[in-house]
Design a protein around this ligand. Structure first.
Ligand code: IPD
Ligand code: CA
Ligand code: CA
Length: 260
């Protein structure tokens, strides 16, 4: 089965993160504010490309650390973030993951997200539910007012900082508290596992959410673009995600002009 093979491969790739040494010596800057890549991002990406090629020959690969990115084909494509949470990884903050999404004709079919620090393997297959370490997971039923809000700061896009923190403030005053993990894929999995209620980030790339979006939807959650539209997997976009109550509360805040 493809899903099981991907899970085994991603688990194996997790060892590259866990065994990494001297990370700060192999950091390079990328374009944008505070945007870095390490040798390990590339190592994990190469390892996944090799393995996934054998699992599904003919699939297109779209990996964050490639020089240029293929267009989404009509057939299968793997959309990969070899390390989501690179700044955390560089700092030894122990909150990063490997994210592998498989889409067909632009629609997600499989999502696998692995946090090797917590040894938590999240996965979903379209129509078959979402799981963490083999146990079915589900979004929470708490309202926003009784919930945790996960904030994505779009760190590489300084022009979005003001708006991000205005949203964070408004949502903070309407919830129990906010959190900032440093990994978009793990934020989506936290919603899916019912550990938090709402998440937003004003710009993300498809590899940040390709796997997590399916895991969240299969766990009963909703993910939309910040314009309130269906997600697409071929371009950068802002996203909002959460359980149905939190998404409704967000829509009201948008309609009333509290969030702009
Ligand atoms: C980043 C993380 C972070 C989010 C950024 C992403 P990276 O991915 O998911 O939480 O705020 O927008 O780009 O660069 O660590 O793979
Ligand atoms: Ca990422
Ligand atoms: Ca990354």
């Amino acid at each position: 089965m493809i899903l099981e093979k991907i899970i085994r491969l991603v688990e194996e790739a997790g060892k590259i993160l866990m065994e990494a040494t001297d990370i700060e010596a192999c950091v390079e800057e990328k374009s944008g504010r505070a945007n870095f890549v390490t040798e390990y991002d590339k190592k994990v990406q190469d390892f996944l490309f090799q393995g996934l090629k054998e699992i599904l020959p003919g699939a297109v690969f779209i990996g964050e650390e490639e020089e240029s990115h293929a267009a989404l084909p009509k057939g299968y494509a793997f959309i990969i973030d070899p390390i989501d949470g690179t700044t955390n990884f560089m700092k030894g903050y122990r909150m990063s993951c490997i994210s592998v999404g498989l889409v067909k004709g632009g629609c997600p079919e499989i999502g696998v997200v692995y946090n090797p620090y917590q040894k938590e393997m999240f996965w979903a297959k379209k129509g078959e539910g979402a799981f963490c370490n083999g146990k079915a997971i589900r979004v929470s039923e708490h309202a926003l007012s009784d919930g945790l809000v996960l904030v994505g700061t779009s760190p590489y896009n300084e022009e979005l900082s003001g708006r991000s923190f205005e949203w964070a403030y408004e949502l903070f005053t309407r919830s129990l508290d906010i959190r900032r993990s440093g990994s978009a894929a793990l934020d989506l999995c936290s919603l899916a596992a019912g550990r938090a209620e709402f998440y937003f980030e004003l710009i993300l790339s498809p590899w940040d959410f390709a796997a997590g979006a399916l895991i969240l939807e299969e766990a009963g959650g909703t993910i939309l673009s910040v314009e309130g539209k269906e997600l697409t997997f071929d371009q950068k976009q802002g996203i909002v995600a959460g359980n149905s109550k939190a998404i409704e509360a967000w829509k009201e805040l948008m309609e009333s002009g509290v969030l702009a």
